[in-house]
Design a protein around this ligand. Sequence first.
Ligand SMILES: Nc1nc2c(ncn2[C@@H]2O[C@H](COP(=O)(O)OP(=O)(O)OP(=O)(O)O)[C@@H](O)[C@H]2O)c(=O)[nH]1
Ligand SMILES: [Mg+2]
Length: 328
Amino acid sequence: MEENKELDKMVEKLLAGDRRIAARMITLVENESDEHHGIMQRIYPHSGKATVIGITGSGGAGKSTLTNHLIEKFRNQGKTVGVVMIDPSSPFSGGAFLGDRIRLQKHFMDEGVYIRSMASRGFLGGLSRATYDVIRIVEALGMDIIIIETLGAGQDEIDVIHIANTCLLVMTPNMGDDIQAMKAGIMEIGDIIVLNKADLDGAQTCMRQIKNAVSIAGIKPGAWTPKIIPTVSVASKPEDLKGIDELITTIQEHLEYLDNTRELDQAKYDRAELELGLIFKDELQNIIFKGLKGTGKKRQYLESILKGENDPYSIVDEVLTTYLRPDN
Ligand SMILES: Nc1nc2c(ncn2[C@@H]2O[C@H](COP(=O)(O)OP(=O)(O)OP(=O)(O)O)[C@@H](O)[C@H]2O)c(=O)[nH]1
Ligand SMILES: [Mg+2]
């Protein structure tokens, strides 16, 4: 690790809970600025212990509303909570985020809550890698629990969910055909399936369909069976809210299950492998592109592909053989 007093100081402030520094660092990391590696190297030893909860599901399923309840419950338990919202809309429109902001407003004043939104597009190194980094920064800021909210739409968003210890898949009774479509992925994505908007028509039928999907999924003996929790997370009277406490209890149960089985170690190992792989892939590309810069070679390669004279596989083989493989 290179010496850099300024970065040392920034990290010191972050560890002391400085939110402005956290915001600045996240921007530096998102932009893959020169400080990116230095920041992550310094933060790494102060991260990796937070409980990460993923919340995914279709647009408007109630992810932010549920997040809001979870923040409240965890705060009541004396835990600090970070929220990373992966915003599928353009980073400039601010549309979706504005709505979330209003909903989460009261928590913006709370020192024990840190909320950050990220764009899901435009990361050189991909969304998963950027999310790993942002989670580590939020953790180093002092958050015990980190909730990632992401639209269960593209593969990128679904990959992000694998960073979480516990994943909540939010479904709703009015999903119609989506239920069929999601059936295949239910087991892969959700440790806990939340049937939100259980106040709406069709909730019973939907509950049966999900139960059926879980029962035919062929879960290995001893493995975690996804729990299905119906919730009502918006109601005019607080006593009409349903399932939130049960959801918290089930999250805790899942975390205990991970703790009591070897699965947690395995999951940690898998995550470390994924993270290392992502960084390698990214950096290798950076090194190669940097190496080609100014030589005019990159352009030549691309033009030869477009003209049909060469293909990317042969080019990658050639470049790797020339620059990287010592045995050649
Ligand atoms: N009837 C009913 N409406 C709900 C419930 N939970 C949330 N809603 C409403 O559903 C709408 C969407 O809720 P959000 O929490 O913003 O959903 P989201 O999944 O975060 O949406 P995106 O972030 O845009 O994907 C809001 O108008 C909520 O008030 C519920 O349990 N019942
Ligand atoms: Mg939302």
